[in-house]
Design a protein. Structure first.
Length: 408
């Protein structure tokens, strides 16, 4: 186990500074343009690929940092640059993690490289779980996957929604129902390879924030994928379903949901994105408050403004500490006995919403315009309390964990 320290080591500082440089020199200057265009910023993704930020290797390196701080540090810096562009850069990771968590070695080796493409031909990937009637309530998912034994193929039908990179992805990872009697235990994940007939993009959403990130419906009509596209393979699925059926029949004790443990480990990464946006808005507000003069003195000379900045900075630092704690726990195999991952996501995302609103207030009329970035940051921040589990769902998970109640 790595020794606990609050200090980043030299290597981490080097990576952080490198990422910060990319965020400041490449991402931030392009943020307003891509927000207005509401399009995927392909040239920036390509730039990120060229320098090595858009690649599985980079994320794997950060993921295996024994302190656990590699991923949150990377997320904070990239999202400090701009949330919409950063999500376009890291969105593929969500699908890649789906394959890493459930796929065989062969599936990992085959599909993850195709998710990223190469420097001269970058690709993105999408993770499709949410549906129009199954957002927070994942168990009510309707997309079906039926096995065609004669052809060793799975046939997928349904409509997915809110998919980041949905329809523009080279590889889609789709979660579908294989046994409707078993609720979320009857779900399985499938790779839909590039150019598979029957998969199409539905509505592309026009959003409040993170507008450079593409979000769309994905329609699946008799999509046939080879048996090898079932993540983890058929044998493992059959064993898992048999165990779940056995437990359902005997009315046996609910086993600890492995998916919940995965969420606890992945939620701090979203918290770190929120910390990045919150910190960016705080820094803008601090600089503005030091230079904007009213009544013959900088506005920071007013306690009403200065105390807001003190609270903003305190919240940003507290959010980061919760994120770092949960990330450290995840890599060191600590049990999330108080849903510490959910706690970090809840606090950081609510902080981002609040701090970006305070930043607008400190910038006054300028804060309310698109001439200054805090207006965009505030629109962007609203997503953190919604995706990867809303704030209400985080509270539900924390409360049920504290009460020792099962989490569905
Ligand atoms: C920009 C964007 C990108 C996304 N990217 C992806 C993606 O890549 N892949 C993917 O699969 N999904 C993605 N999502 C979907 C996202 O995870 C869902 O929007 C989220 O889980 C909430 O589901 P919902 O929108 O259906 O809201 P609902 O579940 O309908 O919730 C509506 C409201 O009711 C509250 N609520 C619901 N149940 C309870 C309860 N039991 N107790 C208290 N309050 C409750 C919620 O907190 C919320 O305030 C994305 C969403 C957005 C907006």
């Amino acid at each position: 186990m790595a020794e606990f320290t609050m200090e980043l080591n030299d290597e981490q500082k080097e990576v952080r500074d490198w990422l910060h440089g990319f965020a400041a020199d490449v991402i931030r200057p392009a943020a307003a343009e891509w927000d207005e265009r509401e399009e995927t910023p392909w040239p920036i993704i390509q730039e990120a690929a060229k320098v090595g930020i858009y690649s599985l290797d980079f994320y794997a390196q950060q993921y295996f940092d024994p302190t656990g701080l590699g991923i949150p540090m990377a997320m904070e810096e990239l999202f400090w640059g701009d949330a919409g562009i950063a999500l376009s850069i890291v969105g593929t990771g969500l699908a890649a993690v789906g394959v890493l968590a459930n796929g065989t070695e062969e599936q990992i080796g085959t599909w993850i490289p195709q998710m990223y493409g190469d420097v001269n031909d970058v690709k993105v990937a999408a993770f499709c779980s949410s549906e129009p009637d199954a957002g927070s309530d994942v168990a009510s998912m309707r997309t079906r996957a039926v096995y065609d034994e004669a052809k060793d193929e799975w046939v997928l039908n349904g409509t997915k929604t809110w998919a980041t990179n949905g329809g523009i992805a080279n590889v889609h990872v789709v979660v579908a129902v294989v046994d409707s009697e078993l609720g979320s235990k009857g779900h399985a994940s499938f790779i839909v390879p590039p150019n598979t007939p029957g998969l199409s993009q539905g509505q592309k959403f026009q959003k409040h924030g993170i507008r450079a990130s593409h979000t769309a419906e994905v329609v699946l009509e008799d999509v046939r994928v080879p048996g090898s596209c079932l993540l983890g393979g058929k044998e493992k699925l059959d064993e898992r379903l048999a165990r779940a059926r056995e437990r359902a029949k005997s009315g046996g004790e609910r086993v600890k949901n492995a998916a919940m443990a995965t969420f606890e480990a992945s939620r701090p990464a979203v918290g770190a994105m929120a910390v990045g946006t919150a910190r960016a808005a705080y820094e803008e507000a601090l600089e503005y408050a030091k230079t904007r003069t009213q009544f013959g003195r900088p506005i920071i000379d007013n306690q009403g403004v200065a105390f807001q900045l003190a609270d903003m900075r305190t919240s940003v630092d507290a959010a980061r500490l919760l994120v770092w704690r949960a990330s450290w726990m995840a890599v060191n195999g600590k049990q999330f006995t108080a849903a510490e991952g959910s706690m970090s996501k809840l606090f950081a995302s609510e902080t981002a919403k609040k701090v970006t609103a305070q930043a607008i207030q400190i910038l006054g009329g300028n804060g309310y315009t698109r001439e200054y970035p805090v207006e965009r940051m505030h629109r962007d921040a609203a997503i953190y309390t919604i995706f990867e589990g809303t704030s209400e769902i985080q509270r539900l998970v924390i409360a049920r964990t504290l009460a020792g109640m099962p989490i569905r």
